[in-house]
Design a protein around this ligand. Structure first.
Ligand code: HEC
Length: 177
């Protein structure tokens, strides 16, 4: 009799332990993400981090970089673009649309080229600043873009490339002041 009670108690204890173990195990599996930030940004903290970002990377306006840019260097730096883009006047599309006359041209406007929906819906003409942003990081400038190019992260090189694109025209757009 005693022996049977012990057995029952043992079984109960055993399954209790198992349930507790499961609980701990699933806590580990489904641990909620620890909060790294408060739910809302405090204005003071935001201002402080903006100030830090400014101090870390002084942003030179693109117009200033363009003023110092070298289209010859840009032509050399645009070599990787030529895999997908034709730079010649009247040039045909390759993987990407032809780029002769792209500065000032409406975005996504080469007839017959099958642009991404993001590019088709972007709107406006290609300004120097917009070209700068797109070439720096195509995916974040045009969501769902078909241009599978990681982006040129070097500000000065990008200015050289955009200055080179500017020369691909019968009457190049004046540089911004
Ligand atoms: C792997 C191929 C590829 C490379 C490399 C590439 N592009 Fe593109 N590019 C494309 C494609 C595809 C599109 C069309 C994007 C869309 O529809 O979203 C495009 C679109 C563009 C446009 C918009 C043209 C228009 O008619 O609106 C510009 C400007 C451009 N590329 C510049 C560049 C420059 C400058 C480089 C080099 C720094 C470059 N691309 C490298 C494939 C490429």
């Amino acid at each position: 009799m005693n022996f049977q009670i012990n057995k029952m108690a043992g079984a109960t204890l055993g399954s209790l332990l198992a349930v507790m173990g499961l609980g701990i195990f699933s806590d580990v599996l489904y641990a909620p993400e620890p909060m790294t930030k408060p739910g809302y940004a405090l204005p003071a903290a935001e201002a402080a981090s903006a100030a830090v970002a400014k101090a870390a990377a002084p942003v030179v306006p693109f117009a200033q970089l363009l003023a110092k840019a070298d289209p010859k260097a840009g032509q050399a730096d645009a070599k990787p673009c030529a895999t997908c883009h034709n730079f010649d006047k009247g040039g045909a599309a390759k993987i990407g649309p032809p780029l002769y006359g792209v500065v000032g041209r409406p975005k996504g406007s080469v007839a017959g080229f099958n642009y991404s929906d993001g590019m088709k819906g972007k709107g406006g003409n290609w300004t120097f600043d917009d070209l700068d942003k797109f070439i720096a990081d195509p995916k974040s400038y045009v969501s769902g873009t078909k241009m599978t190019f990681a982006g040129e992260k070097d500000d000065a090189k990008r200015a050289d490339i955009v200055d080179y694109l500017r020369t691909l025209s019968d009457s190049p757009e004046p540089l911004p002041k």
